[in-house]
Design a protein around this ligand. Structure first.
Ligand code: VAH
Length: 316
């Protein structure tokens, strides 16, 4: 059985569905701080309550915990102490439960673990990690904590350094890379978008289906092949706002993009790499993204246009 924390978030919303598709609904327990109506079996769980984490994992005798509950980069920068409590306290509670119950653990890391001083182009798996954001500090400390629980207690911890994830199913919350999702949504609604990330700011991105497949593939990988466990560089493309706009214009020729950089999120984005080297993930467990920018744009716009048309019919 698998326990997913943060099941209502941008990744959780789609990962729960993908896991249930693959392993059967009854084997995937969705949990979240907020109550989520339409996904059973569901349990309300605040990951900062260690006893509750242990009790829930024990109740369902889970063998794997997918720990997605966290506060993302911009939110963490705005509320650093609350974010420490959730991101580090929650992770420690999950690792302690996994140690006691002998569970495997998946913890998403992020390109945010890299700061100034790391090679920005083709950032290697083992580049220096001196993040200058609270979120990056949480993710770096999280990687070290996951490695510690593996080395000291034998807990099977595995993670991925996710780039910006783009999806149409659930609105992302509080990230820096969310501008990319907003651009697609606004392109369909208004054929125009004002980006809070400046022109020429390149970031790693990946379409959600590739992120879900990478997560499942990593968790099913032969542990003997894993040298970098926590956590693998993964990415599908390195893009700036203009590149995404150009791809959108293949379907919406008169789409207009302009810029109003937000100082906080622009400074976060500038401290992150432009593009990651993903060769370790490719070699150790066969990471291979299927969506490039244009294929992602096609799929995103298909889904968003269908939804917009449906909504339009509803109000007729
Ligand atoms: C964020 N989407 O923007 C997350 C992610 C690489 C960025 O960690 O905070």
């Amino acid at each position: 059985r698998i326990l997913v924390t943060g099941a209502g978030g941008q990744i959780g919303t789609e990962l729960v569905a993908a896991l249930r598709e693959r392993y059967g609904a009854s084997r995937v327990i969705a949990s979240d701080r907020r109550s989520l109506a339409d996904i059973e079996p569901f349990e309300q769980l605040d990951v900062t309550d260690g006893k509750a984490v242990l009790r829930l994992a024990g109740k369902y005798k889970v063998d794997t915990i997918i720990h997605l509950a966290a506060m993302l980069s911009a939110t963490a920068e705005a509320q650093p102490l609350a974010a420490w409590h959730v991101n580090m306290g929650g992770l420690l509670n999950v690792l302690e439960a996994a140690r006691e119950l002998n569970c495997s653990v998946f913890v998403p890391s992020s390109i945010a673990v890299f700061g100034p001083g790391a090679e920005p182009n083709g950032t290697p798996q083992t580049a220096v990690q001196r993040p200058i954001t609270m979120y990056g500090i949480h993710k770096t400390a999280g990687e070290l904590l996951c490695d510690y629980y593996y080395l000291k207690y034998g807990v099977d911890t595995r993670g991925l350094r996710f780039p910006g994830l783009i999806s149409h199913a659930a609105p992302p919350g509080g990230g820096t890379t969310d501008y990319a999702v907003e651009m697609y949504v606004e392109a369909v609604k208004k054929k125009a978008y004002t980006s809070y990330i400046a022109e020429g700011t390149f970031l790693d991105m990946m379409y959600m289906p590739d992120a879900l497949n990478a997560t499942i593939r990593l968790m099913e990988a032969d542990p003997a092949r894993l040298k970098h466990r926590n956590a693998y560089n993964v990415s599908a493309m390195s893009v700036d706002p203009a590149a995404i706009a150009g791809s959108i214009r293949r379907r919406i020729p008169d789409f207009a993009l302009d810029y109003a950089p937000d100082p906080l999120r622009q400074s976060i984005a500038e401290s992150w790499p432009n593009s990651l080297d993903t060769s370790c993930a490719e070699e150790e467990w066969g990471f291979r993204p299927q969506y490039d920018l244009d294929r992602m744009t096609e799929d995103m716009l298909d889904h968003l246009m269908r939804r917009e048309a449906y909504r339009f019919r509803q109000v007729q």
